[in-house]
Design a protein around this ligand. Sequence first.
Ligand SMILES: *[C@@H]1O[C@H](CO)[C@@H](O)[C@H](O)[C@H]1NC(C)=O
Ligand SMILES: *[C@@H]1O[C@H](CO)[C@@H](O)[C@H](O)[C@H]1NC(C)=O
Ligand SMILES: *[C@@H]1O[C@H](CO)[C@@H](O)[C@H](O)[C@H]1NC(C)=O
Length: 971
Amino acid sequence: MLRALSLAAFFSPSTTATAQSCTNDGISSASGCLCPPGFGGANCSQPACGGTIFDGSHRSLTSPSAASGGFPNLTSSDCSCPNGWTGLGCNVCTSASGCQSGYAAVSGNASSTTTAQASGLNDTLVCNTSPRVFAAGELSCQVNNPTLQAIYPLQSILNIHRTFNTSLSPLKNVSGTVLSPNGSPTVYAQLFYSGVEQFFCTASSCTQSSTSTTDSWTCSALQCQCISDTSFCGANVASDLTSTINSLSGALTIACDNTNNCHFQQQIINGLFGSSGLTLQGCTYGECVTQAVIDSSNGTSTSGLTTGSSPLSPGVIAGLAVVGGLVGIGLVAVVWGWILQKAARKRPFDGGQNGGVDVRWTNVSYFVRSSGRDKPILDAINGQVAAGEFMAILGPSGAGKTTLVELIAGKAKSGLFTGSITFPSLVNGRRPRIAFVPQTDILPAVLTVREALAFAASLRFPESLSRERMAALVSAIISRLGLEDVAETRIGATDGTGRGISGGEARRVSIGLELVGCPDILVCDEPTSGLDSVSARRVVDVLREVARGGGGLFGSAEEKGQGVAVICSVHQPSSRLYHSFDSVLLLSHGRALYSGPGGLAPTRHFASAHDADIQRTGESELPPYEEGYNVADYLLEIASAAPAGSISAQTAKNNSNELTPTANRSDDEKANGTDVEALVTRNRSITGEYATTFLTQFQVLCGREWKLLRRDKSLFFTHLIVSVILGAFCGGLYFRIGLTIAGFQSRVGCLFFLGALIAFSSLSALYNIVEIRPLFVRERSNSYYSPTAWLLSRFCFDVIPLRILPTIIVSTMTYWMAGLAHDASHFFKFLFILVLYTLVMTLFNFLLATLFRNGGIAILVSALTALYQMTYAGFFVHLDSIPPVLRWLQWLCPLKYNLEALSVNEVGSGLMIVDQLQGVPINISASLILTTLFGFDPSGYYRDVLVLFGFIAGLGITLIGVVWLRLKEKR
Ligand SMILES: *[C@@H]1O[C@H](CO)[C@@H](O)[C@H](O)[C@H]1NC(C)=O
Ligand SMILES: *[C@@H]1O[C@H](CO)[C@@H](O)[C@H](O)[C@H]1NC(C)=O
Ligand SMILES: *[C@@H]1O[C@H](CO)[C@@H](O)[C@H](O)[C@H]1NC(C)=O
């Protein structure tokens, strides 16, 4: 009432307080109420009965009847419609003659008096019975919703009056009729239950869009009002719809087709009855309008009436923009990389000469901090190796051999380093290339020896080196290493489980990988450990050959390159091996006992030290050397016997190689600032520069991954077969889910199952990274490729075939077996979400694998996270019922977004739940249940997509950062 009053005040400012309050959206004026078509009486509360809408206020009206609870009852009254008219209340025309006679009865002329007459147009009145409205039309439908009928079993009829253009309607100037008060297309609707009006609605600012078979009105500002104490609104205490009906607001759509069905759509109604709203059946359309109006609007129909699909939502546009932007950036990056690669291929190749570099280390000390003080590992070591010289660093375990070779090789170490390691400056300012062969062989197991070397060669030489030369180079290295027999054998696991090459061969491959870099100095850490004497001998022979023959890789066979300085730490060489070494550095407890030529020279040195001791003190702790004894064993004996710090200063001073066992640390520190600096720069050169451009790195990596994938077919096919089995299992589990309430639960359960499956199966991604991490770290320390190129190749050859493809298989099988929404658009939206979620989970597991050095902890964290996600997905706990302290955790749960988007997508297909509860038929929209049961937002699909994209971007960037900063060699 209040609203009617305010409407009245708005449209008739002259009206005073004497104005009648009108119902049915009538407009009150000084002379009474202006009622909408089909209503009359003092306050528009009485529906017309019989007659035509042209009769206006002169129509016969229904009076309130006590039998119908004091309301006018159209069914009980004898409202026979005149010829050519139909519908409850006889507002709908069925024939042109009905319109003409009705119009004539009022205005005395069978033709309307519209402006058309003057212009000679056909002004004959006709009855338009198509869904489309040209001026002002009526429509009357039955409401046969099963859920509604369970409560209200009698006949419900909805009368709708749609005004499109008042000026074209013959109803103009008919008193007592309210048409489109503010000029815009307007809708009036009244619902009659068993002949008695229950509520009425109006909506304004409508637009009509029509095709040849459908017609759709979209209006805003819907307002509805229940008539108190009617069956719907108060009389039936058990189901009083008053608050629901009065709260209907916002946009209203009335969509009709030529099969006499219409849909009354509004947000709340759609929530109750499904996305197509309340279905109206058996509709009759009727509109009295002149032929001229129909003719003139025919040609121009598309201009005034919007036709076609609804515009894209802002979310979709934003999403498309983001995807488009990413694709654009990717394309630009590819083109840029390609240009760089082209340029790099044109650059002249500067040879690759190596060797001829001496290395000298002075006062090298190294401390590690343990329990608050610096513990010396190396103490003032001096030494030097000339090009072409093969030096062995001998000493018992714990003497500091590995530390020393790592320092010489310029490996990043965590302790404190003082002293200097110097090289002569090279021609053209090139930095010396130092190769380091670590103690353990970390090799790509699936590649053959030749492939492994070729891989290293294509990343260590500039692109300008032709393929043929590169292949020749690899062959040269293979023959130099004596690996011709196993060149085409897969490296295999070198852990002694058989299959693959032997330990000695693997060690030589490791050396070969370093030789590929044309090193000036080759440093090996215990190259013979763990090998039998024959294998050890072959390894040492190769090293000596490298020292002698040096480079020459690019020269002819005869041309010997300059010698390469080779430094090895050796644990316990046989006598034969020992005599291969040109010079020897003997370490004991971090101090040098001897540094000088190899062979028997050390024995003479210690013999003279022994004699000196005897002369001075009468006794010596140094054991004498016996002829024929293995010199290496003898030296080790001396080194082991020497207690920490026991070597006298004299022993050292007697040595020609200026050993200073009692080094003064403070001196070292001030003397060597610049050299330490030099070492740091050298390290940077090792980690910072790549021989090839990014695109080449990526291509070479992809080539290797592709080989791995092709060779290790079991991995790929296991994933495929497992996903087919899982798909069949999951599809069977949820085979053809019904539309009942229980079926709905299974439906969401099925979607949840898929999400949980992805969360857990991406654990294999974690293991995968843990497994290949050592190889990556080694190759990275050799500056083969940038971590980003590696990550990208992982993405192409791990994520796509092993994560996304199985996800697509499982989801597709499950989708169609379970009978989820049967149309392409919902299917692809479903797939899209699952692929996004797979990416999120894979990246997350990659991240865990790179963050935690301990794979076990990473797996534990991943499993716990999957559990957390399942808890907060909304399936086990209603999200709104979680205490606020813990509730916010849902925003960090990707599975929640995944499940919400999947469910919303499924329900958005217009899923209706058809069931019976205690014999009461239920026919309601699933989205209502979705909100009530799980707390999901029915319009959240695109938001969820954006959130998942956010997760992907965040995890991806973090992953790149972590790989750059953390996944590197630490010694
Ligand atoms: C209206 O009248 C019909 C016929 O008399 C009757 O069956 C029906 O119950 C009445 N409606 C109401 C709501 O009383
Ligand atoms: C006007 O339209 C009516 C109905 O379509 C038709 O019967 C009549 O012939 C038309 N008259 C003229 C003059 O076109
Ligand atoms: C009006 O439209 C119908 C179908 O859309 C067409 O068959 C008819 O020829 C059109 N008439 C005029 C006058 O444009």
